[in-house]
Ligand binder design. Structure first.
Ligand SMILES: Nc1nc2c(c(=O)[nH]1)N=C([C@H](O)[C@@H](O)CO)CN2
Length: 120
């Protein structure tokens, strides 16, 4: 049985994309995150320091994404997942979905989903 801490529809704005118009202004990105974190210790101690604080993770993601200037969603999610494993030691596995709702006019949204495990 795995324990999942999740964040849904985290709204950020970023300069991201391969086209000129995307380099000139920010556009919205929405993140859905699932973090596999063993919660047994925190459930025993009732201490936030024994788990992963989803509010802190949310703030970190917003700041990281808003400062980024990469072109591809692939580049963004690969580097973001590495940073999350480095900063939040309780995360064992990670699923990140990013949606870019203004990217393709005829689509409701487009995006990318990655799943990664903590590097050995
Ligand atoms: N696999 C990807 N395809 C595309 C990306 C991307 O980041 N990954 N980006 C674009 C453009 O920037 C798009 O968002 C504008 O339509 C196109 N395809």
């Amino acid at each position: 049985m795995h324990d999942i801490i999740y964040i849904e529809q985290l709204a950020t704005d970023a300069i991201i994309g391969i086209y000129d118009w995307e380099r000139q202004q920010t556009q919205p990105l929405l993140f859905d995150i699932e973090m596999e974190v063993p919660i047994f210790s925190a459930a025993q101690s009732d201490a936030i320091g024994d788990t992963v604080d989803y509010a802190v993770v949310s703030d970190f993601i917003c700041e990281y994404v808003e400062e980024s200037r990469v072109e591809l969603l692939e580049t963004l999610l690969e580097s973001l997942s590495s940073e999350l494993f480095a900063r939040f030691k309780g995360i064992q596995h990670l699923k990140i979905k990013v949606s870019k709702p203004q990217a393709v006019k005829k689509a409701k949204t487009v995006g990318l989903i990655i799943q990664r495990s903590r590097p050995l």
